[in-house]
Design a protein around this ligand. Structure first.
Ligand code: SF4
Length: 372
């Protein structure tokens, strides 16, 4: 894999983005922002699954009292969230100013619709005073009219040109705490746009495929697009955009990082595709492990293999592995065969071994954090 492209670093709350920091995973809540309890519950689930930064939409409410309630709620969300909160603002720059007052750790504005240069400058000034980074989030579906007229279609050049124009506005007011994204729903177009953009700027890039689709298709499209970029060393933070539960987005984002061996933490499950030789319930065990270990922080590779052909080799290479036999499975722990266990006990044996290994990891991690 290519070396990661070195970018500047911005801080979204306590999460570094760019400048060699680990690629962070983002998602966006889909609960009403006016409902802090539901939103905080969702954020907790996302954080547990590996989300590093969460985005919350600031609704464009016409009635003043509703808007005031949403902003009060946003403040509550920021204060109660276990991870940094980015406010997503469209159409109205005063919402960006209000979100800053609510204490958000980052802003995402869409230059295509936030308004005049003066309004963008006003937001930049306020963000600068608070040390809050701004993401210039260009989207193929909402390019500014003048850019669209010039390029006729939302091409890669148009996306990049639009981003550069907005970056210039921010730089013009001495604001450099910038993250950039140039998303489209077309995977090749998005890849092309990010490739061009990464040659033009050294700001950290937020990568993703916009409106990727329902969970299955959207995950594949995002994995192809985001994966191709990350494999080239492009991208500092990512979001998988799926139509559905944002938990799926986080799981997909974490899985993309694991697939590219860019994840710092979490269980990576490998499982054989099964065939006529399969002796144990590979699919069932692997699916259960995936589900139950979504919140596990230990960086472990777990292999579930169906038989003695490829099984022992792969299981031995993993931190923990099992290879199916006639009515039992052979368990391996860090390359050593531990013993045979009845088929029906394999899942619980794996889970309890993983729990032990996670405890060991957490203790070691705590010791090193404390300077031990
Ligand atoms: Fe088949 Fe064994 Fe390969 Fe699994 S590991 S696919 S059971 S040959």
């Amino acid at each position: 894999m290519s070396l990661r492209k070195m970018t500047r670093r911005v801080m979204i709350g306590n999460v570094p983005v760019g400048g060699g920091a680990p690629v962070s995973v983002q998602s966006m809540t889909n609960t009403p922002t006016e409902d802090p309890r539901a939103t905080l519950e969702q954020i907790s689930r996302l954080a547990e699954a590996g989300c590093d930064i969460v985005r919350v939409a600031v609704p464009n409410l016409r009635k003043d009292h509703l808007l005031r309630r949403a902003l009060r709620s946003l403040r509550e969300i920021v204060e109660g969230s276990p991870i940094p909160v980015v406010a997503d603002v469209h159409f109205d720059h005063t919402l960006a100013l209000a979100a800053l007052q609510a204490g958000v750790h980052g802003l995402r504005i869409n230059p295509g619709n936030i308004g005049s240069r003066e309004k963008v400058m006003e937001v930049a000034e306020a963000a600068g005073k608070r040390g809050v980074p701004i993401r210039v989030g260009v989207n193929a579906g909402s390019l500014r009219r003048d850019v669209l007229e010039r390029f006729r279609h939302p091409t890669a050049e148009a996306l990049v040109e639009s981003a550069l124009e907005e970056i210039r506005v921010l730089e013009g007011c001495g604001f450099y705490d910038i993250k950039v994204s140039v998303k489209a729903s077309s995977v090749p177009l998005t890849i092309e746009a990010y490739r061009r953009l990464s040659c033009e700027v050294d700001y950290p890039l937020h990568v993703g495929i916009s409106e990727a689709g329902p969970p299955w298709t959207g995950t594949v499209r995002s994995a192809v697009g985001i994966g191709a970029l990350l494999a080239e060393g492009i991208g500092d933070t990512l979001r998988v955009s799926l139509a559905g539960d944002p938990l799926q987005e986080v799981r997909a984002g974490v899985a993309i990082l694991k697939a590219l061996e860019l994840a710092r933490e979490g269980v990576d499950i490998v499982a054989c595709p099964t065939c006529a030789r399969t002796r144990i319930d590979v699919a069932g065990i692997a699916a259960e492990l995936e589900d139950r270990l979504a919140g596990c922080r230990a960086p472990l590779r777990v292999a579930v293999m169906g038989c003695a052909v490829n099984g022992p080799g792969e299981a031995r290479e993993a931190d923990l592995g099992v290879a199916g036999g006639r009515s039992k499975g052979l368990l391996f722990r860090r390359g050593e065969a531990v013993g045979w266990y009845p088929k029906e006990e394999l899942l619980s044996v794996l889970l309890s071994e993983i729990e032990k290994m996670e405890r060991e990891y957490m203790e070691k991690h705590r010791d090193s954090r404390e300077g031990g």
